[in-house]
Design a protein around this ligand. Structure first.
Ligand code: E4P
Length: 217
């Protein structure tokens, strides 16, 4: 399973990348706003840090403008993935930009039918938003399962990029279902390493090592 970090904070990306857990990065206009940086500048900096795919999202809503913005974003670096919203114009732009050889992440997916259309439009990644479905009392993880079934039924190669991940349990569930990628905030990915019994066990080992005078070097 690939791990993308969902942020435009270069310090957080660098830290997680040094830990070896960054296969790629996703950004969106809200995350760019939070970073306080210019989109072209910060995307370039992220692409210099990370070898894997870096999603950068268009802000236009109509087909022609989306295609123009997408081409401009793709010029930033070879590992840029153009992120397009799941609208009819976005799907049309997906088809055009994919046919030019660009990688596309279709975002804001909330239904299996939307995911089916994105696959037919040639998307490299589909981003179903788990947390935002959970927020309105629907089951975001169920959507990942439905998309997995549909894509496998027809052999679509579009990768399921589970997004809007809020908890470590979301990641476990996505891994069980077979999502290709998760994108999550850095703190959620780091929290996967924590367990109360690990902390308790380690404290005991440290105590016993001190009491026994164990030295290795
Ligand atoms: C995905 O690409 C989005 O950037 C992101 O996962 C949205 O997450 P949120 O619902 O926590 O804002």
């Amino acid at each position: 399973m690939k791990f993308f970090v969902d942020t435009a904070d270069v310090d957080a990306i660098r830290e997680l990348n040094d830990l070896g857990f960054v296969d790629g990065v996703t950004t969106n206009p809200s995350l760019i706003k939070k970073s306080g940086r210019d989109i072209l500048e910060v995307t370039k900096e992220i692409c210099d840090i990370v070898d894997g795919p870096v999603s950068a999202e268009v802000v236009a809503l109509d087909y022609d403008a989306m295609v123009n913005e997408g081409r401009k974003l793709a010029k930033i670096a070879d590992n840029v993935v153009i992120k397009l919203p799941l609208t009819l114009d976005g799907l049309k732009a997906c088809k055009t930009l994919a046919s030019e050889g660009h990688k596309i992440n279709v975002t804001l997916c909330f239904s299996a039918n939307q995911a089916l259309l994105a696959a037919k439009a040639g998307a490299t990644y589909i981003s179903p938003f788990i947390g935002r479905l959970d927020d309105i009392n629907l089951d975001g993880v169920d959507l990942i399962e439905d998309i997995r079934t549909i894509y496998d039924n027809y052999g679509y190669e579009t990768e399921i990029l589970a997004a809007s991940i809020r908890t470590v349990n979301h990641i476990t569930e996505c891994a069980k279902i077979g999502a290709d990628v998760i994108t999550a905030p850095a703190n959620v990915i780091k929290a996967m390493a924590s367990h109360v019994l690990t902390d308790k066990g380690l404290a005991q080992f440290v105590k016993d090592a001190e009491e026994a005078g164990i030295k290795i070097v």
